[in-house]
Design a protein around this ligand. Structure first.
Ligand code: CP
Length: 307
């Protein structure tokens, strides 16, 4: 599969993940742990972020650096520190950015669909680094890579995806991507006010993927291989109200219910939805997960830019 724009999780095939991306990410870890390489020497990245980021932005920059390429322009707050502040729209912004001929644009947008719109106006590949409450495809790639590394397989596993499922883009992308593997079971855990949207449920039904919804992680903690926790997306402007019988946190009580070889994941940043007491448990995989983002993003940049 030729990699060009990276916009949504549905665009990837299981075969490409298993035979191309994951093995290359393994190689990239070795490159990052040694001196790096010059494979992307002469290649230029623009990273244009309309929303704050620590992991995605820095790991893309580090990925470029480890492969010998350059980040020639970056903004972490394009609404304030670019001509978006003067009212310039995304279409014109992308025409201008891509007209200066970088080799790739990494774009985090604050509105669903903006990354896809950008592809219509760009002369160079666009990587969607999160578009509002739409998708975060590179996060889903590193999430599945983490599951493969930590659990040893993806097909046939059970995942509990929990938290603000109505606003969270990572669970949307991960649902699409995990659904490519046979025998996956997904439990969605959320309060009534933050349930996963119908478009994802329709997709899962159409593709024969088993899922169930509940409001208490304790009911399923002992059944799953992965608990994928997410935070409330306060920046989306909607509030998530919890009822008395909702239980959507990961703490010692939940750890005690989990299988010995299950893992806890989180795209981060976290607030208080995973207690700090969980961090010292070897099943807490979220910091290893974030590190895997570097290797996956190095692999993606190499695929898009090398040769
Ligand atoms: N997981 C993630 O996208 O984190 P950042 O917002 O820090 O990039």
């Amino acid at each position: 599969m030729k990699t060009n724009h990276i916009i949504e999780a549905q665009q990837f095939s299981r075969e490409w993940l298993e035979k191309e991306l994951f093995p290359l990410a393994d190689e990239m870890e070795k490159v990052a742990r040694s001196k790096g390489s010059n494979e992307l020497s002469g290649k230029r990245m623009v990273s244009f972020f309309y929303e704050p980021s620590t992991r995605t932005r820095l790991s893309f920059h580090m990925a470029m650096d480890f492969l010998g390429g350059r980040v020639v322009f970056s903004t972490e707050n394009a609404r304030e520190f670019s001509s978006a502040a003067k009212g310039e729209n995304i279409e014109d912004t992308i025409r201008i950015l891509s007209g200066y001929r970088p080799d790739v644009i990494v774009l985090r947008s604050d509105k669903e669909g903006m990354a896809k719109t950008a592809t219509e106006y760009s002369k160079v590949p666009i990587i969607n680094a999160g578009d509002g409450s739409g998708q975060h495809p590179t996060q889903a790639l590193l999430d599945l890579y983490t599951i493969k590394k930590e659990v040893g397989k993806i097909a046939g596993i059970s995942i509990a995806m929990m938290g603000d499922l109505v606003n969270g883009r990572t669970v949307r992308s991960l649902s699409y991507l995990a659904g490519k593997f046979s025998g996956i079971k997904i439990y969605y855990i959320s309060p009534e006010t933050a349930k996963i949207k119908d478009d994802i449920k329709d997709y899962l039904r159409r593709h024969g993927i088993w899922f169930e919804e509940t409001n208490d992680i304790r009911k399923v903690a002992g059944l799953v291989d992965v608990i994928y926790q997410t935070r409330t997306q306060k920046e989306r402007g909607t509030s998530v109200a919890y009822a008395k019988d909702d239980f959507c946190i990961v703490n010692k009580e939940v750890l005690d219910l989990m299988k010995k070889d299950a893992i806890v994941m989180h795209p981060l940043p976290r607030n208080d939805e995973i207690s700090k007491e969980v961090d010292k448990d070897p099943r807490a995989a979220y910091f290893r997960q974030a590190e895997n983002g570097l290797y996956i993003r190095m692999a993606l940049l190499k695929m898009i830019l090398a040769g």
